[in-house]
Design a protein around this ligand. Structure first.
Ligand code: COA
Length: 147
């Protein structure tokens, strides 16, 4: 499946139902945590293939993530391209569309998620600090990255 400029479409929205369509594991609780987020949807030939969610810095003042108050930086809390469309440059392209060239951002990524870490590095993100949490009795190590 080729992805060219004609087949690619990008849309900003507050319609959360489309995120749930893509990722049924997401629950509405996450939306309540970041109520002022903006969602971006990526389409290829009208097929919804990816999304990105971001809580803008202006709404981050009171939010503490893993003990860090990253006020002044927008928080990218979801990035996903559906499996069959991965590795075609769409994740990179979607993030390039959303991120302001001089914007300040942070995100969290699991330590073994090589694809995502490489994508973020390619976009100028750098390791900020490690964070360990116990999720369902298992240790999950994540990197906080920022730029
Ligand atoms: C992470 C993700 C969004 C990347 O999207 P993608 O469209 O496949 O990525 P792209 O094709 O745009 O690749 C951009 C860069 O990411 C890195 N990358 C992508 N896939 C990779 C892989 N399988 N292995 C290593 N690096 C990879 C590369 O640096 C690549 O640049 P290059 O092509 O110049 O080498 C996608 O793999 C995904 O949705 N994963 C599941 C959800 C997820 O883990 N989200 C992140 C949560 S923090």
């Amino acid at each position: 499946m080729q992805v060219n400029d004609q087949s690619f479409r990008f849309e900003e929205s507050v319609d959360l139902r489309r995120v749930l369509e893509l990722d049924p594991q997401m629950t509405s609780e996450i939306f309540d945590l970041f109520p002022d987020s903006i969602y971006y949807f990526c389409y290829v030939n009208s097929v919804l293939v990816g999304h990105l969610a971001i809580q803008m810095a202006k709404n981050m003042g009171h939010i503490v993530i893993d003990g860090e108050n990253m006020a002044g930086r927008s928080y990218i809390w979801a990035v996903e391209i559906i499996e069959e469309y991965r590795g075609k440059g769409l994740g990179f392209r979607m993030m390039k569309e959303v991120l302001q060239p001089d914007g300040k951002y942070f995100l969290r990524v699991e330590k073994d998620n090589v694809a995502a870490i490489n994508l973020y590095k390619k976009l100028g993100f750098k390791f900020y600090k490690e964070n360990t949490r116990i999720v369902d009795g298992k240790e999950v190590i994540r990197d906080i990255m920022s730029r």
